[in-house]
Ligand binder design. Structure first.
Ligand code: SAH
Length: 344
């Protein structure tokens, strides 16, 4: 039977142990009711003031004896009683950093969380091609809706929270690290606000690993002793260009393809030299990975055919990669030569 009643401002007494009543309390509060709690049949200390005559009594089955007399009293007094099943085991959310897309850059924690999940919400940059082999959970793509519209951030948070409240073990799989331009903080806040237990498993961020895929170390002794990770989602201000150019370290830009021309021009205006080496690394660890190397003054033309996802690296460390590559190339050349000499 299904009854629809407006509970706004109505006094609802929810009975049952704290754990068992947790979800019912949230449901009634969400429905606008004024919720009172009775956690044991004899009234546990701390239950506080209880209404004389509640509009409704929600009796959550907590598996404990002793609730029968209360049920009888309500029925005699004509107070409606809703008997509620005990919720399943407590659901929770795990935010998982999936790394840049390579199976061997997933953490052990990520693999374990995926294995134990009931449902996984993933998006485009998470290593989703590998998911089916790592998890028997229900896999939900929140990067796109069936109509190819993006699911909004609010909708994603709602989906996670609702699934956890339904008792599910939820994994939210994100590309790289959840706290690096990943909106991880907002998703944690949404869980906390809904009373859903949440934890975060850090991931390997593309800010470091994608340059590495192209042989670029973000720091290098005597070349760069700092690196700054910047979002290129929106153009920077001239003040920011000046600060960045003044630091003298490596600059790593995520989501930077769209604003690359503004960034290059801004850093030039801020005094960075035109021959500062620069790299664009597209699709790190994926088929079609490509590195474009140029200089601050020439990158706009050189990278005109580049597309997201890509990581930009600005700084002398780009030359380290080139030197290492040439060195590696040279030693490969030498060993080939040695081998052919030995054969002869
Ligand atoms: N939380 C992520 C970043 C999310 S912002 C992390 O820590 O890596 C999304 C941006 O990350 C993309 O626009 C791109 O700049 C970068 N990115 C993520 N994965 C990438 C990959 N495999 N190759 C190149 N860039 C990548």
């Amino acid at each position: 039977m299904q009854l629809t009643i407006d509970l706004t401002g109505r006094e609802v007494l929810v009975t049952g142990s704290a754990t068992a009543a947790r979800q019912a309390v949230r449901r009634y509060e969400a429905a606008g009711a004024v919720v009172y709690r009775l956690s044991t049949p004899d009234g546990a200390p701390g239950d506080g003031h209880l209404p004389e005559r509640p509009f409704l009594v929600a009796m959550v089955d907590d598996g404990e004896p002793g609730w029968e007399p209360l049920l009888q009293r309500c029925l005699t007094a004509g107070i409606p009683v809703s008997t509620e099943p005990a919720p399943g085991p407590e659901g929770h959310v795990t935010l998982v950093g999936g790394g840049p897309g390579a199976l061997d850059l997933l953490t052990v924690g990520a693999v374990n969380a995926l294995r134990d999940a009931d449902v996984v919400f993933y998006d485009r940059l998470a290593p989703y091609q590998l998911l089916a082999s790592l998890s028997s959970a229900e896999l939900v793509d929140v990067g796109k809706k069936p109509g190819h519209h993006k699911v909004t951030q609010r909708d994603i948070e709602q989906l996670m929270v609702d699934s956890a409240l339904a008792g599910k073990n939820v994994v939210r799989l994100k590309g790289g690290d959840p706290y690096v331009f990943g909106r991880g903080g907002e998703e944690v806040a949404a869980c906390v606000a809904a009373g859903v237990p949440v934890r975060v498993i850090s991931g390997v961020t593309s800010a470091i690993s994608v340059p590495a895929a192209a042989g670029i170390p973000v720091t290098h002794r005597e070349v760069s002793h700092m690196f700054t990770v910047v979002s290129g989602h929106a153009p920077l201000t001239d003040k920011e260009h000046t600060h960045l150019a003044g630091l003298g370290g490596t600059i790593v830009v995520l989501m930077g393809i769209g604003t690359l021309p503004q960034l290059a021009a801004g850093l030039r205006r801020a005094g960075m030299k035109a021959d500062m080496p620069m790299a664009v690394v597209e699709r790190g660890y994926r088929p079609g990975q490509r590195t474009t190397i140029a200089e601050l003054g020439t990158i706009e033309t050189a990278a005109s055919g580049c597309s997201n996802p890509a990581v930009l690296v600005i700084g002398e460390v780009v030359r380290v990669a080139e030197a290492n590559r040439n060195h590696a190339g040279a030693s490969a050349e030498l060993s080939r030569l040695a081998a052919s000499l030995l054969e002869a």
